[in-house]
Ligand binder design. Structure first.
Ligand SMILES: [Ca+2]
Ligand SMILES: [Ca+2]
Ligand SMILES: [Ca+2]
Length: 152
């Protein structure tokens, strides 16, 4: 008796939720081919904190990120464990360099939150040299908040 009562009580909400489920399936399936999403990340000591939890670890992965560099050409890269695999070779090496990458972030500017600002940075050995001084992993100088990434 107790079991059948449980089944009945779960069946009713499931039927009620069917139109919502079909709607979700349609929403997810339709735009997949041409979807372009924007993800907001933080840069910490030259590493990419993809999930913005303040830690750089195995959760900080993001594939098929598009960066523009030299204000002209786009390049597609992967982010793995917070480092940038520029040549998408599957590992981070000294070949993962890119000069004059254009980043847009919504950092605080003159005390106003959420103001988009443009930053030109270099990628060196898979890390982001935000102030382009050739010194990697600096605590203050190689950091940015709310960098907008384009994912294709
Ligand atoms: Ca993280
Ligand atoms: Ca690589
Ligand atoms: Ca630096």
């Amino acid at each position: 008796m107790k079991n059948s009562a449980c089944i009945n009580s779960t069946q009713t909400p499931l039927f009620a939720a069917m139109p919502l489920l079909f709607g979700l399936v349609t929403f997810i399936a339709a735009p997949a081919a041409e979807a372009v999403t924007i993800d907001s990340v933080n840069l910490i000591q030259g590493y990419v904190d993809v999930n913005q939890d303040g830690l750089i670890d195995g959760a900080d992965d993001l594939n098929n990120v598009i960066f523009w560099f030299d204000e002209a050409a786009p390049v597609r890269v992967d982010i793995t464990n917070g480092e940038i695999d520029v040549n998408e070779g599957g590992s981070i090496t000294t070949l993962d360099d890119l000069n004059n990458v254009d980043l847009n972030d919504e950092n605080t500017v003159n005390g106003v939150n959420g103001v988009p600002s443009k930053n030109q940075v270099d990628f060196r050995d898979g890390s982001v040299d935000v102030d382009e001084d050739g010194v990697l992993h600096e605590i203050g100088d190689d950091a940015l908040v709310n960098v907008q990434l384009f994912i294709f």
